[in-house]
Design a protein around this ligand. Structure first.
Ligand code: NBY
Length: 841
């Protein structure tokens, strides 16, 4: 390549290429250099933000050295790569993670102390990278961490939103949304102005036969928007591998920002064009588990898929291999159906642009993609209207119809007598207007489809994708139970627990092989160890209590039982069940004598989570929680026995404070609705107990840790359908204890009762779709069991330790290895040599 330095001049280069700091002095020198030069600050003008910036830049330099080497190594190795396409990457903060992954947090801590700063304060300056809604986005972030740690050659592809998930404030008990502009100072991204892709929208399709008699399809006269790459380094833990997350940003293409227009006085419309282009990557859609069919969202999806696919194809073409080898070099995983257009785009590239035959191209496409499903909720299954696609992506609609035609023909051949089947599996729903069913397209265009926990993977096979199991056989459908990275969710969030574990089992190796946690089991009767274990939990609760004090302005007793439910607010996740239970408890306390009250276990009920801005019922739940808190927290009859806290603006960095502080956390979705859940894993890994339904990964957690170590309640998923039916056609009555709770609300105990009417009528009058009433009794009884169990602290700590010891399965490393073996067919890269070189220098 021409851009290489000539062979005979490389010695000089190598002599001066940066090595990165390793000692405290070197760190300080780097940080101070950045503060004084890059930031143009001085020792008289260095606040915590400047110190953060200097520290981040010093660590960034170090990461970049390894990042460059990793990319070179992966290119030379010429192995198959995995591309993880996700519209969401909920990364949280990067600095702490970078420090721990390169093993220099203590160096930085001492160095910062020399310069007059506490490392915690410096870390806290960083703005979360919050490019995601919830579990799906955080899963993508955990996967990146595991892929780098395990030395897989893997890239993430996403969108560089100017605004991440909104910031939540509570005003008068209501959620208020504030835009999350996070790019003011972001040292973790590298704009690659030389890496760009022009993406087309609208226009029309011209089909003709050329001079050589070949059919040519050309999509023309569209509007062009340019995608520019921004690269984010993703360091592995304890390894030289630093992978790449490539995020695309939209801007008007230079052709599009029309200078002719500009000069002829149409200045405003030229600027408007530019702004329209930039709007594509402006904002993350804040819905979780709901699809709303907005054109801008479809534009985002295509913009990102097209840019990513062209980038991948460009890289493949450099290798000069035959197209038939494409899927030996490239695996692409679709994080839900959001990137399904990538399937259509690859087919278009191969057929229209590279001139391959349809069948040859389709074989390549289907052996390249895998699709992960994250939900069975019907309102979350993506559908796009045919007229919308026709207008925005006319060629893609033709390709979708052709894919569908070929697929339906093959189905008809195999099931000639089943006419209904064709309608049921068709990509096109024959509604008014017609709709494209993205999940069906994703299944047909992929070689594997997986769910994210066992129950969920079974459910998709027997419900929403049943007909496809009939068509393809069961082997196309598989399960990969979710996992979490123990680096962030144990070592970083709970350093003292991580240290205690390491001291018992001899090293920090468990952070790379989480099954080693089982070495803790022999210590469950070790008195001293149990004491330290309990002390650490208590210290984490004190820390959360301080956070509550500073953010909410009141104190909670850290000796109380901390009961936590933090996740997106959604009816299926049933925060309403929790708050009704809290009201039930409040009423019980009010009716007790002082003697009876003395026997109670004090409890702090903590809630946190965002509601989608247009999700009115979820906002009503937030409102109720806040109003209950206002009343309960100042009721002198209650005192410390019950406190209700709504923590504002739940996000990744707050989770790092909240998760280690739970005694009990709640994972109480209606059975069969939560695909997996991943915070359940985080809480147990940090020594908390769970109250949960038999849903998602709760079931597998129970199997691993033992049912004596978890508090399960409620109806089973196989009974949900019948129960719902019974609500409408049986002799159905709302649970009488729950009716009392409703009466309490209706009396105006928590303010304007009208504000909560819909929450009650949804249960009393509209069929209680989420079975809150059916599960209420069992929920309250289980909470009572928890109170009893908590009184025996020694037995509680035993449960806690035993559970942690058995959580090895839930690391995202296991998960990524399963994907690599069974779906991607990729191997890790050998970095032994690199490690050795590094150890020597
Ligand atoms: O994915 C979650 C599931 O609810 C959870 O059970 C699972 O553990 C997790 C990881 O597999 N799904 C989720 O977070 N989904 C979304 O955030 C989401 C976001 C956007 C849209 C749909 C779902 N959308 O259609 O725009």
């Amino acid at each position: 390549v021409e851009s290489s330095i000539p062979e005979h001049m490389r010695e000089a280069w190598k002599k001066f290429s940066p090595k990165g700091f390793t000692t405290k002095d070197e760190f300080e020198s780097e940080a101070v250099k950045h503060i004084e030069t890059t930031l143009a600050r001085s020792l008289f003008n260095c606040d915590e933000l400047a110190a953060y910036s200097g520290t981040a830049l010093a660590f960034r330099d170090r990461l970049i050295i390894d990042w460059n080497k990793t990319q070179q190594r992966q290119s030379f190795a010429d192995q198959k790569r995995l591309y993880y396409l996700s519209l969401e990457f909920l990364m949280g903060r990067a600095l702490d993670n970078a420090m721990l992954n390169v093993g220099l947090k203590n160096v930085a801590k001492d160095g910062l102390a020399d310069l007059g700063f506490r490392i915690e304060d410096i870390i806290a300056q960083e703005h979360d990278a919050a490019l995601g809604n919830g579990g799906l986005g955080r899963l993508a972030a955990c996967f990146l961490d595991s892929m780098a740690t395990l030395n897989y050659a893997a890239w993430g592809y996403g969108l560089r939103y100017r605004y991440g998930i909104f910031k939540q404030e509570i005003q008068d008990g209501y959620q208020v949304e504030i835009p999350d502009y996070w790019l003011d100072f972001n040292p973790w991204e590298f704009p690659r102005h030389d890496v760009s892709v022009d993406v087309q929208f609208y226009g029309w399709v011209n089909k003709y036969t050329n001079d050589e008699g070949k059919q040519i399809v050309s999509w023309q006269d569209g509007e062009i928007v340019t995608a520019t790459a921004y690269d984010v380094p993703v360091p592995g833990y304890g390894t030289p591998t630093v992978n790449n997350l490539r995020l695309w940003s939209s801007k008007a293409s230079s052709g599009e920002f029309d200078f002719a227009k500009f000069n002829s006085g149409e200045y405003e419309s030229a600027v408007a064009d530019e702004q329209r282009a930039e709007t594509i990557s402006a904002v993350l859609y804040p819905n979780d588990n709901l699809e709303r069919g907005k054109e801008l969202r479809l534009k985002q999806q295509y913009f990102w898929c097209a840019a990513s696919l062209h980038d991948i194809v460009r890289r493949f073409k450099k290798s000069k291999r035959k197209w038939s080898e494409f899927s030996d070099q490239v695996a692409i995983q679709l994080n839900d159906t959001h990137p399904t257009l990538a399937i259509v785009e690859l087919q278009r590239i191969l057929v229209d642009m590279e001139g391959l035959g349809w069948d040859e191209a389709w074989t390549i496409v289907t052996s390249t993609f895998g699709y992960t499903n994250h939900t069975v909720l019907p309102e979350a299954l993506e559908k796009w209207s045919v007229p919308l696609i026709q207008n925005l992506l006319p060629r893609h609609l033709q390709i979708i119809y052709e894919i569908n035609l070929q697929f339906l023909q093959s189905v008809e051949k195999r099931f000639p007598k089943d006419r209904d089947l064709l309608g049921r599996v068709s990509i096109i729903e024959e509604s008014q207007p017609k709709m494209v069913r993205m999940a069906y397209l994703a299944i047909i265009g992929s070689h594997k489809v997986n769910g994210v926990a066992e129950l969920h993977s079974d459910l998709i096979k027997t419900t929403i994708f049943k007909d496809f199991v009939k068509v393809y056989g069961p082997d196309k459908f598989t399960n990969v139970t979710n996992g979490i990275t123990p680096r962030r969710w144990l070592h970083q969030a709970n350093p003292r627990l991580s240290e205690l574990i390491a001291s018992k089992i001899g090293s920090y190796e468990f952070l790379k092989d989480l099954t080693l946690l089982n070495k803790l089991e022999p210590f469950v009767d070790d008195k001293e160890f149990k004491k330290e274990w309990a002390e650490i939990k208590y210290a984490n609760k004190v820390r959360l209590a301080q956070h509550i004090q500073t953010t909410k302005g009141y104190s909670v007793n850290p000796k109380a039982l901390f009961d936590i439910q933090v996740k997106r607010i959604h009816e299926y996740k049933r925060q309403q069940l929790n708050i009704f239970g809290v009201i039930h408890r409040y009423m019980a306390i009010k009716s007790m004598s002082p003697e009876e009250r003395k026997k109670l276990v004090p409890r702090v009920s903590v809630f946190g989570g965002k509601a989608a801005p247009g999700y009115w019922m979820a906002k009503t739940i937030i409102h109720l929680i806040n109003k209950v808190g206002e009343v309960v927290n100042k009721d002198p009859d209650v005192g410390d026995l019950l406190k209700v806290v709504f923590l504002e603006d739940y996000n990744v960095s707050k989770a790092e404070i909240i998760v280690p502080a739970s005694d009990i956390s709640e994972h109480i979705s209606t059975a069969g609705t939560e695909a997996s859940g991943t915070s359940n894993m985080k809480f147990v890994l940090n020594g908390g107990m769970i109250i949960g339904t038999l849903d998602g990964a709760n079931i597998e957690i129970t199997r691993e840790i033992g049912e004596q170590n978890i508090f399960l309640f409620g109806n089973l998923s196989e009974d949900v359908e019948d129960l719902r039916h019974h609500h409408f056609y049986g002799d159905y009555k709302v649970n009488p204890e729950l009716v009392k709770v409703f009466d309490c609300i209706k009396k105006g105990t928590f303010g304007d009762e009208g504000a909560f009417g819909a929450l009650i009528s949804g249960i009393v009058e509209h069929g209680d779709y989420y079975l809150v009433s059916d599960d209420f009794n069992s929920y309250c009884q289980t909470q009572d069991l928890i109170d009893e169990a908590y009184k025996d602290q020694d037995a509680w700590v035993t449960k806690s330790i035993t559970s942690v010891a058995r959580m090895g399965f839930f690391t995202s490393d296991r998960c990524i290895n399963e994907y690599a073996d069974t779906i991607w067919n990729i191997e890790p890269l050998d970095v032994a040599e690199e490690k050795e070189v590094r150890a020597r220098t």
